[in-house]
Design a protein around this ligand. Structure first.
Ligand code: ZN
Ligand code: ZN
Length: 573
């Protein structure tokens, strides 16, 4: 026995395994469970092993034991074909032998790797049937599977049922919520960890930072950063990159740059790209370009760097610089991808150079995509170009785009020209294709609590106060010459109704709530999930002057910093 184990350890190649198996068969030892099982195990799971050969050995066993099954299932769970592990597990659950806790754990790992949600639920029910549901390791694995496959409610349930929760389980749930667009829950869990004196690690803070970025929760983000510094987690480059990104997305570009400059860990190309992108979304085009020039040409710049600078040009209206940069990409060996094309088309489109944008899309060496044509359609709306808008819509239809925004844009182009018949036609086809609007919503953080508003919101507990304040705001900004831009309302309805529909856009509600719930003169920060609309932009500019407030709105693509009646985007977005 000892000598066979010794020989097993020495196996380095398939032929070694074959020789050893032959030896076992000749000497009759193969029939003895221990020898066979050790051979199978090592061959299926060790780095020097060979999974295919292990399967061949396995198939020769007349009545494989659970351990034999485990060896093969474990081997597949870690292989390039984790789904094989799941099907083997299902075979075993129908065989006379029962799976044990190890089998379940390997099969669940395979589910996590292949994102097999349905099968994970099935295995979960087996765990309960076999009485393994309180096994700590199995619970952790199960939690991980649910979090990774996006079944966050089940993940939460497993987590709550765990008697012992270690850092791995906290991290699985926090990352799951952060990646599953439920940032509030991720952040609450992180805070609860603090209350329980649980020590967070780099994985935890990455989840918390991502949650803060999504929510634009500047104050909470600041606290996470303080924690990171205290625990010396800022020696991790990835953590620092996320801190930069978080500050940028929470509106504090100065803090982002400060972290960038004083990073204790080494910068990598992602660090530079993150900072350039941060300047881009804040409309600091020149600073983005300056950083780009500083970047070491040979070691750092990659296609993401170019994307970041192009988007900086985009948000700052640096059309010719961006165009030159785009044309120079090929000469230095970086092939533009669809995102670079998207940026340059956007750049030209916003500047009103629609024909040039059209030409670029038509002469692209790669197939165009829906986003590109949406960009052109958006530009057509801004410049009221009906012909090109119709052409872009035709392409979008061919690509089977089901985005309601496309229809809204086209109908807005028509509405701008008061072509109500065409507006009606577009609306009709929207109904026929069952296309619904993506609901717009906005967040505002007040005293550490995140408030969410949807358009026409009457759910917030202070909605009456907010609507009352809105009346006052409306009257005061009218004295400053405000006229509602009703062309932004899709419906062909009466003037007053249109004005009301505009009045309760989520970003306006959030800003007005900021006015009544924060100290006079303090800055108001709002996050909007879609692009800010033209009317809200005008209104918030006026609010910033009349109420003497700095208001920062992060929309889907960039930051707007409203101060003294003007916006940092210079009305270019
Ligand atoms: Zn609006
Ligand atoms: Zn703006």
């Amino acid at each position: 026995m000892a000598s066979i184990d010794f020989l097993l350890q020495k196996c380095k190649s398939l032929s070694h395994y074959k020789q050893l198996q032959a030896h076992l068969i000749i000497t009759g030892l193969f029939r003895l469970y221990t020898y066979r099982s050790n051979l199978l195990n090592t061959c299926a799971t060790s780095a020097s092993g060979n999974l295919h050969y292990a399967v061949a050995i396995f198939r020769k066993i007349p009545l494989p034991t659970t351990n034999d099954w485990n060896a093969i299932i474990r081997g597949f769970a870690h292989s390039e074909k984790p789904t094989n592990a799941i099907s083997l597990y299902l075979d075993l659950s129908r065989a006379p032998q029962n799976p044990d806790a190890l089998t379940c754990s390997f099969a669940l790992k395979a589910c996590a790797r292949s994102l097999a949600r349905v099968e994970a639920t099935q295995i979960h029910s087996h765990l309960i049937r076999f009485g393994f549901e309180l096994d700590f390791l199995l619970q952790t694995t199960l939690l991980d599977v649910y979090a990774k496959t996006g079944d966050l409610d089940s993940a939460r349930k497993v987590f709550d049922e765990m008697r012992v929760k270690d850092i791995v389980s906290w991290n699985a749930l926090i990352s799951g919520f952060a990646q599953g667009n439920r940032p509030n829950e991720a952040l609450n869990l992180f805070k609860r960890m603090g209350l329980l004196n649980m020590k967070a690690n780099d994985v935890t803070v990455l989840g918390a930072l991502s949650a803060c970025s999504q929510l634009g929760a500047a104050k909470e983000g600041e606290k996470v950063y303080e924690y990171i510094k205290k625990q010396k987690l800022d020696s991790n480059t990835q953590v620092c990159n996320s801190v930069i990104d978080m500050f940028a997305k929470c509106g504090s570009i100065d803090k982002a740059y400060h972290v960038f400059k004083s990073m204790p860990s080494t910068k990598c190309s992602i660090t530079w790209n993150t900072m350039i992108m941060a300047f881009a979304i804040h409309g600091n085009g020149f600073q983005a370009i300056e950083l780009f020039e500083l970047m070491d040409r040979e070691f750092f710049r990659d296609n993401i760097t170019y994307l970041a600078v192009l988007s900086a040009c985009n948000h700052s209206g640096l059309v010719d610089f961006g165009l030159n940069l785009f044309n120079s990409m090929k000469t230095i060996g970086i092939e533009p991808n669809i995102k670079h094309y998207g940026c340059v088309v956007d750049l030209l489109g916003r500047a009103g150079r629609l024909n040039e944008a059209f030409e670029i899309v038509n002469s692209m060496p790669i197939p165009s995509d829906i986003v590109l044509w949406q960009t052109i359609l958006g530009a057509c709306k801004t410049y009221s170009n009906v012909d090109l808008a119709e052409e872009a819509s035709k392409r979008l239809l061919e690509m089977n785009s089901k985005n309601c925004g496309d229809y809204v844009l086209l109908s807005n182009v028509y509405a701008g020209q008061e072509r109500w018949g065409d507006v009606g036609r577009v609306r009709e086809s929207m109904k026929n294709k069952d296309i619904r609007k993506v609901p717009g919503f906005s967040y505002i953080e007040v005293n550490g609590t995140i408030h969410k508003f949807i358009n026409g919101d009457r759910v917030h507990r202070e909605w009456k106060e907010i609507y009352g304040k809105m009346e006052e705001v409306r009257n005061r900004i009218r004295e400053h010459g405000y006229e509602p831009e009703i062309k932004y309302v899709l419906h062909d309805i009466g003037y007053e109704e249109k004005e009301n529909a505009l009045c309760y856009h989520s970003e306006k509600l959030a800003v007005v709530y900021g006015l009544i719930s924060t100290i006079e003169g303090s800055e108001i920060q709002v996050i909007k999930n879609l692009r800010i609309c033209g009317d809200c932009h005008v209104v918030i500019k006026l609010i910033s002057r009349v109420y003497e407030r700095v208001i920062v709105v992060r929309d889907r693509t960039r930051f707007h910093r409203f101060k003294d009646g003007a916006c940092s985007c210079k009305d270019y977005w």
